[in-house]
Design a protein around this ligand. Structure first.
Ligand code: ZN
Ligand code: FE
Length: 254
């Protein structure tokens, strides 16, 4: 694979990602949840940093921008909302392409968690950095947008990203997501996956990355239309079924 992805846990439940175009050695950080940890990891690996690719403006994603840029001289790329808390050198939106050496990231707009959230999709290497939009067995809270926007964003991602693509989600939320998923969906594939997730977390292993095909088959947010009759939304528009699943998760204590 031409893009090497180095993933490591930071803060309480975030993942940081350093990605390196193997042909040229050009390197990017996808978001900056923890500047100290990211700079330490770059030093340990002996890597410079050329780019920061921000998915959205939240502090656990762009909060380290200024410190990482000051230490490395990298360029910062992200949606316009990032300037609310951090410097930004290049603004991107849906349909743009960001190059890292020979690697090309398509920018997919996926607002809802925040209004201008974006995903970075490297189709050649079958990897996508989905930030806080899509999680393993979950999705981001709809903080700034509404259920219709978030549902449209999830549909855009499932159409644009093939099933065999690795999804790099920004948080390790999967065990809690699985406990919730089992309350709204009894698909056999979900039960099997949930057991595998609980076992992996017992062993201290990450459940990220996931795969788009696996999410389509087992993620209750992507499956909301199929679950509609179970959640009192039979015949409702898809985004309303999605909104009902999201609302149930928002109050789930498990
Ligand atoms: Zn966020
Ligand atoms: Fe986050």
């Amino acid at each position: 694979m031409a893009l090497r992805v180095h993933q490591f846990p930071v803060l309480s439940d975030n993942y940081a990602f350093l990605v390196r175009d193997e042909a040229t050695g050009r390197t990017a950080a996808v978001d900056t949840p923890d500047a100290t940890a990211i700079l330490g990891e770059l030093e340990r690996l002996g890597w410079g940093l050329d780019l920061i690719l921000n998915t959205h403006w939240h502090p656990d994603h762009a909060g380290g921008n200024a410190e990482v840029k000051a230490a490395t001289g990298c360029e910062i790329v992200g949606p316009p909302e990032v300037i609310r808390i951090a410097p930004l050198d290049r603004v991107v939106a849906d349909g743009d392409v960001v190059e890292l050496g020979e690697t090309r990231f398509a920018v997919i707009g996926c607002g809802g968690h925040t209004l201008e959230h974006v995903t970075y999709h490297d189709a050649a290497d079958r990897v996508a950095f989905v930030g806080d939009t899509l999680f393993a067995l979950g999705c981001g809270r709809v903080v700034e947008g509404d259920a219709a926007q978030m549902w449209a964003s999830l549909q855009r991602l499932t159409k644009a990203i093939p099933d065999d693509t690795a999804l790099y989600c920004a948080h390790e939320y999967t065990a809690a997501n699985a406990r919730f998923a089992l309350t709204v969906d009894d698909a056999p594939a979900l039960r099997a996956r949930a057991d595998a997730v609980f076992a992996a977390r017992e062993r201290g292993e990450p459940t990220v990355p996931s795969l788009m095909g696996l999410e389509k088959a087992t993620n209750p947010f992507l499956r909301a239309p199929a679950l509609a009759p179970r959640i009192g939304k039979a015949g409702a528009p898809d985004h309303e079924a999605f909104g009902a699943v999201r609302a149930a998760k928002d109050v789930f204590k498990g």
